[in-house]
Design a protein around this ligand. Sequence first.
Ligand SMILES: O=C(O)CCC(=O)C(=O)O
Ligand SMILES: [Fe+2]
Length: 343
Amino acid sequence: MHRLGLRGEFELCPLAGAPFGRQLRFVNAADAKNIVDALESEPELLPQALQEAGGLLLLKDLNEVSGEPSLMLRLSQLLGPIVDNYHETGTPASMVHQRVPEIYVVSNAPPVNRWPPPPPDPPLCPDGTLPVTFPHRRGWHTDQSFRRPPPDISLLYGVQVAVKGQGQTLFADCAAAFDTLPASVKAQIEDLVGIHVEYGANRSEDDVRSQRSLRPLKKHERPQRQPVVRLHPVTGRRALYLCDGAQMDWVDGPLAGMGTGPGSDGAKLAYKLMTHLTQRQFVYVHEWDRGDLVIFDNRNVVHAVTWYDAENYERTLWRTTVSGNPGAEYDGERPSWLPDPAD
Ligand SMILES: O=C(O)CCC(=O)C(=O)O
Ligand SMILES: [Fe+2]
């Protein structure tokens, strides 16, 4: 534990049960508005805490955010120059918060109606623990890797949560996973490129395996190439930057220049890397309470949501994404996702 802030008003504490990440606590109990005011008065504090936390930071008991969503926007603004406005990204209006368009709503409730993934098969590991490792656990991704430049940081806030033991969000430390790869694998993957695409483009692993027919994509929907080893522009550390089959292009990839589709060398290597990356020793399982805010750095963290009983529980999270510092790799690029009027 160590104190942060000019008056020592914040504590950076271990995150219970986590191999990485930290919890940021306000020493004197206060409501979310006071906490946001305090963080704004020292704007370096939150980004520094996130960096010291290895890219995963939990703040608890911010329940006032549910009634005052602009507080989430203010927190997001502390983390980078651009908070994405979801009205400008082609996101269906039903998924965008009505008053704060920078908030993307993740919910099984109407009008969003987004259902959780199925439970893994088998639902538990032989030792009774929750499966986290790919391919037993699926759905691992880094937010919007189908865009160039991709966003830097995401914030997830729990408005309404399911029940403990369900609807967790899993987070894996891609920098630690990279560090522990054998030197020969590091050398093999150093210059590799992954091809990422949005789910719904009919190019995912499942689409290819089920021979789903391709559809023409508009320019701004097309797959995007990303380094498999990403250099973090703030920490200078390397991290694996990959998603599992649902957010990669299995028609032309998943890895550029290594064959195409499920039988390819690229697919075998992507499986090997995803399995390595999501081993239990790199994974934190977040059990949600209402009022939790989890901040994570998409440049070196992947995440996945787990199944919950969506017939019986409502689960609503709000998400913002912060952009503007993707690294030199993306210097001067026009956002790939903006529709081209000529297209
Ligand atoms: O529902 C969750 O826990 C995570 C959702 C998610 O990954 C996302 O919206 O990007
Ligand atoms: Fe996500």
